[in-house]
Ligand binder design. Structure first.
Ligand code: NAD
Length: 370
């Protein structure tokens, strides 16, 4: 069986190896039952890399990440490494991957599963059936713009400066990701900025509109001020399909949208780079949650966010929509059947471990194949 899909798995720290183990089992299952084979390699990132090599990501692992079609990461960090200087912390490994792979588009779906609709802090009638995709620009804007820093003024006051800056090409490339994704979903994009008070917001609005008018006439585009979007997300979130926004607003709006679903252990994400000559994008997939040191090694972690990140990988890096939908459907079905890890436990449901949840997903996959 030809395995031309190269995948690097970086389990990381805490619950990372546990949840990633369940992805590995699904990969083995796919290879056996669907003849979908991956050329899988594994590496260290974060605290585990610090313990072995003294750095959170070695040059070799970085080179491996650059050479594969997709990277799947668990989580990094933990109290063991908290006292290290900022530049040596586990998180630097993840930041280096994002930076050197030039992952400029962060995709965060906010999906409410019917079985978990009660987990949201919003009323079920507001969030039932919610399925939105937030695309956050990840490498520009306020977090990277210069000048930046803190200086002391002649009068002794201190001044802190960060700069919100975007060029047309930075806006256009993330807008294209949004429009491409919308075509695979509900064909609707809403772009958020603060064009009422920020010149860079005016530019953002104009450039997104320009790309829509020139290249994506079939996709519906609307614009919204980011503060209004923050309100609309809790008032009527189902009005949105794909949302595209900058780094700063995206940081906040994607966390807000994530919490509409009510459960951290269920949230996948993807970060995409620019397409190469063959149209292939560098890509990193990871659950939104962290390394959860409080539950690590106890079989309590919910593996579904990582399995759903793997499903995103099948869809966006390998064009395997059928297999992606199967994995997503299997996750939905185990929830409908009442299986719950501790983080999403509800009265009357069947409490299961990480491994049992993974096994239940594989049984559902087997049923779906028939
Ligand atoms: P966290 O996401 O690790 O945990 C927050 C809470 O949610 C904890 O109570 C945890 O037990 C629970 N939780 C998270 N994922 C879960 C899962 N899959 N199943 C069941 N319960 C789950 O966030 P934190 O506690 O703020 O951070 C812990 C460590 O993770 C820190 O070192 C932090 O820097 C790191 N972190 C890493 C990433 C990443 O790797 N991308 C993201 C966030 C935090």
């Amino acid at each position: 069986m030809a395995a031309n899909r190269k995948l690097l798995m970086l389990p990381g720290d805490g619950i990372g190896p546990e949840v990633m183990g369940e992805v590995r089992n699904v990969i083995d299952w796919l290879a056996a039952k669907r003849t979908v084979a991956f050329d899988v390699s594994e590496g260290l990132v974060g605290g585990s890399a610090i313990d072995k090599h003294g750095v959170p990501l070695t040059d070799n692992t970085m080179a491996d990440a650059m050479g594969v079609d997709a990277v799947l990461l668990g989580a990094v960090g933990g109290p063991k490494w908290d006292s290290l200087p900022f530049a040596q912390k586990p998180e630097r490994g993840l930041l280096r991957l994002r930076k050197e792979m030039e992952l400029f588009a962060n995709l965060r779906p906010a999906l409410v599963f019917d079985a978990l609709v009660e987990a949201s802090t919003l009323k079920p009638e507001i969030v039932k059936g919610l399925d939105i995709m937030i695309i956050r620009e990840l490498t520009g804007g306020m977090y990277f713009g210069t000048p930046r820093g803190v200086e002391t003024l002649p009068n002794g006051e201190r001044k802190g400066v960060n700069t919100h800056v975007y060029t047309t090409s930075e806006i256009q490339r993330v807008a294209r990701v949004a429009f491409d994704l919308a075509r695979k979903r509900g064909n609707k994009v809403c772009s958020a900025e603060k064009a009422n008070v920020m010149e860079a917001g005016v530019l953002w609005r104009e450039e997104v509109q320009k790309i829509r008018d020139q290249e994506y006439k079939d996709v519906e585009l609307s614009h919204m001020y980011a503060d209004n979007m923050a309100m609309q997300l809790v008032r009527n979130p189902r009005q949105f399909d794909v949302i595209v926004t900058d780094n700063l607003f995206g940081d906040m709006l994607s966390d807000e949208a994530a919490m509409l679903t009510g459960s951290l252990g269920m949230l996948p994400s993807a970060s995409l780079g620019a397409p190469d000559k063959q149209g292939h994008r560098k890509a990193l997939y990871e659950p939104v949650h962290g390394s959860a040191p409080d539950i690590a090694g106890k079989g309590l972690a919910n593996p579904l966010a990582t399995l759903l990140s793997f499903a995103m990988m099948l869809r966006y890096s390998f064009d395997q929509d059928a297999e992606a939908s199967m994995v997503e459907k299997a996750c939905t079905n185990v929830l409908d059947a009442g299986y719950r890890t501790a983080d999403i436990m509800q009265p009357g449901k069947k409490k299961v471990s990480t491994q049992e949840m993974g096994e239940a997903v594989r049984k559902e996959l087997a049923k779906l194949v028939g």
